[in-house]
Design a protein around this ligand. Structure first.
Ligand code: F0G
Length: 357
């Protein structure tokens, strides 16, 4: 019997806190592709299987849709008329979209001038109320927590436990797709909700014997925003990967637990490393993710090269968001390969082709 795909809550409803009467707010998120890298392992000269879980292909272009379908579904079930979040751009876009779908209001606090253009554009289109602050994500997060005590709004940041419930389904999909859990799971870490959610998902599946193993969790941060490497929150996070420009992660304890229980590690990468990984994914694999997302591959490549991740390993890297969200960085990355402009003339086209063969 053909079954139309209607999103991750329907698919995994047995493992999620919904009832038969729950009105599900969904945009058919999830079910994202696992793409095996073909060229990068060869370039590395290592015998490894690397899959990318391309979360940039969710309805609003990031993994945040997984948590947001759950958080907004539960907010509506509880009778909430408005949601609020602080965001580096993707959470705000997802909150705005799911609020639009539900017919409720979304308020989003974003750091003025520090979110990627595509994220701002989509959040405006979904008709959220955007409050730009002269401050960073961490300050926005503190304000959201305070204001929620004074106004009838539901917080949909990942401190809302329903967010992690939705996000854990990515681990389920990976196991259901591969038939096993990978040996290593690499992902970028900002506010640290996602690494916590994946670990929860893998643990649940392993406990129920859906898979026999659990992966080693590798959390990679931007060098200028690496509180897990510092061992404490940091004051002024800075990175070109604005999605993970965060100094005081809210899921601090859960992320440490994921690292420790899995036998994994945290590491940090410069903006230059992150941009190299983003460009390599695009030019060698045809996969265009946003800068923050490429931190997972930057980390995997380093640890594969050094042998910390041994040959023969099966590795999954989560690519958290779509490259189209940040056109400004993409144009900067390609500043040396500007398009040529010619006359609309056959000879000129021929010359242009011959010149670049
Ligand atoms: N990658 C992207 C593209 C993100 O947008 C985020 C977080 C992360 C990675 C890190 O995930 O916070 O679960 O550790 N973005 C949040 C936002 C903070 O507001 O959109 P995390």
């Amino acid at each position: 019997m053909h079954k139309h795909y209607t999103g991750l809550i329907e698919r995994y409803r047995d493992r999620l806190p919904v009832s038969a009467n729950t009105r599900i707010i969904s945009l058919n998120e999830g079910n994202t592709p696992m793409i095996q890298l073909q060229n990068i392992p060869r370039i590395l000269g290592k015998d490894v299987d690397i899959y990318v879980k391309f979360e940039g292909l969710n309805p609003t272009g990031s993994f945040k849709d997984r948590g947001m379908t759950m958080a907004v579904t539960k907010a509506v079930e509880e009778g909430s008329q408005a949601i609020i979040c602080a965001s580096t751009g993707n959470t705000s876009a997802a909150a705005a979209a799911y609020a639009a779908r539900a017919g409720i209001k979304a308020f989003v606090l974003i750091p003025d001038g520090k979110i990627a253009l595509g994220k701002l554009a989509q959040t405006l289109m979904y008709n959220a109320t955007i409050i730009q602050i002269n401050g960073n994500f961490d300050q926005g997060m503190e304000l959201v927590k305070k204001v929620a005590n004074h106004a009838p709004v539901t917080i949909v940041n990942s401190i809302n436990p329903f967010r992690l419930e939705g996000q854990k389904t990515a681990a389920f999909e990976i196991v259901d797709d591969l038939g096993f859990a990978p040996d290593y799971h690499c992902l970028p870490v900002g506010n640290a909700g996602n690494i916590s959610a994946y670990w929860k998902g893998y643990k649940e599946y392993a406990l129920d014997r859906v898979c026999g193993n659990r992966p080693i969790m590798c959390g990679y941060q931007a060098a200028g925003a690496a509180p897990f490497l510092a061992g404490h929150p940091i004051e002024n996070p800075e990175t070109i990967a604005t999605a993970i420009r965060i100094g005081n992660p809210q899921s601090w304890d859960l992320a440490w637990a994921a690292q420790q229980e899995s036998g994994g590690w945290f590491d940090k990468f410069t903006d230059a490393d992150i941009l190299v990984a983003q460009k390599m994914l695009s030019q060698y694999e045809g996969v265009f993710c946003e800068p923050a997302s490429a931190t997972s591959l930057a980390g995997a490549m380093q640890d594969i090269k050094s042998g910390k991740i041994p040959e023969g390993s099966k590795i999954v890297c989560t690519l958290t968001g779509n490259g189209i969200k940040d056109p400004e960085i993409a144009m900067q990355q390609c500043a040396d390969s500007k398009p040529v402009t010619i006359d609309a003339d056959l000879d000129a086209v021929k010359r242009a082709i011959l010149d670049s063969l």
